[in-house]
Design a protein around this ligand. Structure first.
Ligand SMILES: [Zn+2]
Length: 432
């Protein structure tokens, strides 16, 4: 019997406890094609990597193994448990591994609470000594609300730290790794960086651009008509419910409220986003569920002109102004000199938000444009586009999805699609 190394067996696979499979040459493994005749020679194979994993692992840094990648995936999964809770901080996950077993794990639950490494080290206890710590983001090296995680890792005597991505803050990037190395700890940075960056795309954007990361969502029919109504599935597990769970604030234009949209995530234990209503005229349907603040807060942002007109109308008719009706219900009202998305996003940034969702529905009073989409495109504030393709043919004789774009079409990159129920969800990014 001979053992044959096939070209597709990457060196990286060697030594990984994935289990071996023995095949005879006359067999055809589902993942391996044998174009040559090997007679009765037996082959010793390890299962081929999942295609996605093969792509991700292609960028593994020197010294990193497939097992390191697997543990980094666990870190990211752990980090996601705090989705929606961590802003302005990032989501971070950490596992401590000793002799091939996870002896401690943790994630950063929310701003002001300990970091992922602290929870993982606490669980590992004495087992942390000589162990490897995996962390999706470079351990912090400064005193914030909590002591530096580099100090905690050094004190726990871990022998190796595997890092998913460096801190995006240019002032401190690489400092954590440097400190650990100086303390004699082996550090392997850059393991599964793409998934770690995707996890915190909003945090990274906020850190670098000093603005929240903005996603624009809208619905279209199969024949490309803009769908104005609010009948977006928001049940648990739907893409929209998950989007609301992840985002810090969701913005709608008041023209969308007549359909009473549901803007609450149905995911168990999720933190609800701040619901922001942009209003040009303060003529609001108070019966709309968005003005029920039992489950989530609501902020109405109006222009100065709208507030003046609202007050004038109330004194003319002797009725209560919309502004005071809203305040009576515990709804925060903010007045901006001019109602631009840029100024609304500044408000979001000041509140520590990393991610903002523009939920684009409704039409302007003339029925011509989608006001929120129009503002977003005109002001060029969007980083990501999320399109919900309804399984319907509307037959609307409308040109495009309700936006007026001057200067030609906007290119969308890194486009991908998935299903949510019977809807196709398409996501892509505007060029950086
Ligand atoms: Zn830390």
């Amino acid at each position: 019997m001979a053992t044959i190394a096939l070209p597709s067996q990457q060196a990286r696979l060697t030594g990984i406890p994935l289990g071996c499979a023995r095949l005879t040459a006359s067999m055809q493994h589902q993942n391996y094609q044998f174009p040559w005749n090997l007679g009765s020679i037996a082959l010793e194979l390890r299962p081929r990597m999942h295609p996605l994993r093969a792509v991700l692992s292609a960028s593994l840094p020197i010294g990193a193994t497939e097992a390191d990648a697997e543990y980094m995936h666990i870190c990211v999964k752990l980090a996601r448990k705090a989705s929606g809770f961590t802003s302005p901080n990032p989501m971070v996950g950490c596992v401590i591994v000793k002799d091939g077993h996870i002896v401690g794990q943790g994630f950063h639950p929310k701003a002001g609470e300990p970091h992922a490494e602290v929870f993982a080290l606490r669980e590992a206890g004495e087992n942390a000594e000589g162990a490897t710590a995996y962390v999706s983001l470079e351990p912090c090296n400064h005193y914030g609300r909590t002591p530096p995680c580099t100090t905690a890792l050094i004190k726990a005597c871990v022998s190796k730290v595997v890092v998913g991505m460096l801190d995006p803050n240019p002032i401190v990037s690489g400092k954590g790794v440097e400190t650990l190395k100086k303390a004699g700890i082996e550090v392997v940075p850059g393991v599964e960086t793409p998934i770690c960056e995707a996890l915190n795309e909003a945090y990274i954007y906020r850190m670098l651009e000093k603005k929240p990361f903005v996603s624009l969502r809208f619905s279209v029919s199969l024949d490309g008509g803009f769908i104005e109504s609010s009948s977006v599935d928001c049940s648990a597990g739907s893409y929209f419910s998950k989007l609301l769970q992840e985002t810090d604030a969701v913005i709608v234009h008041d023209s969308a409220l007549s359909d009473n949209p549901v803007l609450l995530s149905a995911e168990t234990g999720s933190k609800q986003p701040l619901r922001i209503v942009l209003s040009h005229d303060l003529k609001l349907p108070l019966a709309s569920s968005i003005f029920d603040t039992t489950s989530a807060p609501t902020l109405v942002i109006a222009s100065e002109q709208a507030v003046v007109l609202d007050l004038e109308a109330s004194s003319r008719t002797g009725s209560q102004s919309m502004e005071s009706l809203l305040r009576e219900r515990g709804i925060e009202v903010m007045v901006l000199q001019e109602l631009s998305l840029m100024s609304v996003l500044d408000v979001c940034y000041e509140r520590g938000f990393c991610s903002v969702l523009l939920d684009s529905r409704g039409r302007d009073p003339l029925g011509l444009h989608n006001p929120l989409g129009k503002l977003a495109v005109e002001e060029r504030v969007v980083q990501k586009v999320i399109v919900d393709v309804f399984p319907t043919v509307t037959g609307h004789n409308r040109a495009g999805p309700g936006f007026v774009i001057d200067g030609g079409a906007l290119p969308v990159e890194r486009v991908r699609s998935r299903m949510s129920g019977s809807h196709v969800i398409i996501e892509g990014y505007l060029p950086r």
